[in-house]
Design a protein around this ligand. Structure first.
Ligand SMILES: *Cc1c(COP(=O)(O)O)cnc(C)c1O
Length: 404
């Protein structure tokens, strides 16, 4: 190994580096083209044009209409808007009905128990407002089945929100089939596609979803920018009140450089998706081959290891491993010492010692969840880096097991 001091970054589901294309595209808008898109002078007009070009580009990549794309501060905001906006619209209607003495019925929402916190915490908040929430339990493999969804739908179900790709175990849901079930019963369907966009084919025509969230920093774009796809005609409240930007639905001066960077990153990422067929992508893409080799090395070198979730319909770069008898937090510290970045059974909140709700949802015990570690590979990772990582991983595991 020539360059051991360089970090080996195996945490691409947490965030990605800004792509060269995005960086180049953003530069003019950070300094020379600083105008407010709301201005009528040429600086403003240039900025507005850049925002609209980006909107068109993103819409085309998703097979959506440009006026169905709303820029947000990221995936979290898009999720909050989709879930809370849809429910508050219905709550307002119900309030007016009860004032008219016609006593509206309660509102029911369906989600899964292994959503990202950006969706889960919205659901918890809604429960405080008297909204009934059903949390579908994924199978041990990490999937929500259309039949399971169908059984949970009630006459008062308003919204279903199920993520397209799980951020911890990388399993890919059959969003098209789930949306179809929801629509059969006249229920609105949202998907958190933050881990999917730019990595696997995502077309709103194909999926027939009503709302879809994405965040740029998961596909080589800048942090703090994302979008919500909102199908025309879907009733969702204004989420940010103010100056009327985003066609009056999401106020705040546009993050022009961020928007331009996101569009450039998405175009670049989508152009690099190796197969349009999902099975081919999961089995034959260079990232899945790299990941499979990594797993083969780990399983041949270290005893007592198991993959969390199915290896079938799964993100090519994702490997979430249970390493029995090894506390993942201690392991991560050892790996960090060797310049290897990965994440534990409680992604996102690196300080939280709570066991991952995702791993618990797929039937792992609290102990197993705390002995699990997530590696998410990206296109710049090499076979050489992974060979080195396996060696260091094996050393750390042996060391930690000896201490027990
Ligand atoms: C990262 C992530 C989010 C949050 O997106 P931000 O842009 O970081 O706010 C939401 N959902 C999933 C599945 C994610 O991976």
């Amino acid at each position: 190994m020539t360059d051991v001091l360089k970090n080996i970054y195996l945490d691409h589901a947490a965030t990605t580096a800004l792509s060269e294309k995005a960086f180049q595209a953003m530069q003019p808008y950070l300094r020379e083209q600083f105008g407010n898109p709301g201005g009528i002078y040429s600086y403003g007009v240039q900025a507005k044009k850049a925002v609209n070009r980006s909107r068109k580009k993103i819409a085309a990549l998703l097979e959506a209409q440009a006026n169905e794309i709303y820029f947000t501060s990221g995936g979290t905001e898009a999720d909050n808007w989709a879930v809370l906006g849809t429910v508050t619209t219905a709550l307002r209607k119900r309030m007016m009905e009860s004032q008219a003495g016609t006593c509206g019925e309660s509102i029911h929402v369906i989600t899964s128990s292994f959503e990202h916190h950006a969706v889960l915490e919205c659901m918890r908040w809604l429960e405080n407002w008297g909204v009934e929430v059903t949390y579908l339990q994924p199978t041990r493999e990490g999937y929500i089945t259309p039949l399971q969804l169908e059984k949970a739908i009630r006459p008062n179900t308003l919204l279903v929100s199920v993520m397209m790709v799980n951020n911890e175990i990388g399993t890919i849901q059959q969003v098209k089939d789930l949306a179809k079930v929801a629509h059969t019963y006249g229920v609105v369907f949202h998907t958190d596609a933050v881990q999917a966009v730019g990595h696997i084919p995502v077309s709103v025509q194909e999926l027939q979803v009503d709302m879809l969230s994405a965040g740029a920093h998961k596909f080589g774009g800048p942090k703090g920018i994302g979008f919500l796809y909102l199908r025309q005609g879907i009733q969702t409240d204004i989420f940010m009140h103010g100056g009327g930007q985003e066609r009056g639905r999401r106020a705040g001066t546009e993050n022009v450089a961020g928007i331009v960077g996101m569009a450039a990153a998405m175009e670049d990422a989508v152009s690099k998706i190796e197969y349009q067929d999902l099975n081919a992508l999961c089995e034959k893409s260079s990232l899945s081959i790299l990941r499979n080799g990594f797993w083969k090395d780990i399983s041949e070198t270290i005893e007592g290891v198991e993959v969390n979730g199915s290896m079938g319909a799964r993100m090519p770069g994702n490997l979430n491993v249970l390493i029995r008898g090894v506390d993942s937090e201690a392991l991560l510290l050892h790996l960090n010492h060797e310049g290897i970045c990965a994440s534990g059974g409680s992604a996102c909140t690196s300080s939280a010692s709570d066991a991952s709700h995702v791993l618990r949802a797929i039937g792992r015990s609290e102990e197993e969840a705390k002995q699990s570690i997530r590696f998410t590979l990206g296109e710049e990772n090499t076979r050489e880096e992974l060979t080195y990582a396996v060696k260091k991983l094996a050393d750390a595991v042996a060391h930690l097991r000896k201490l027990r």
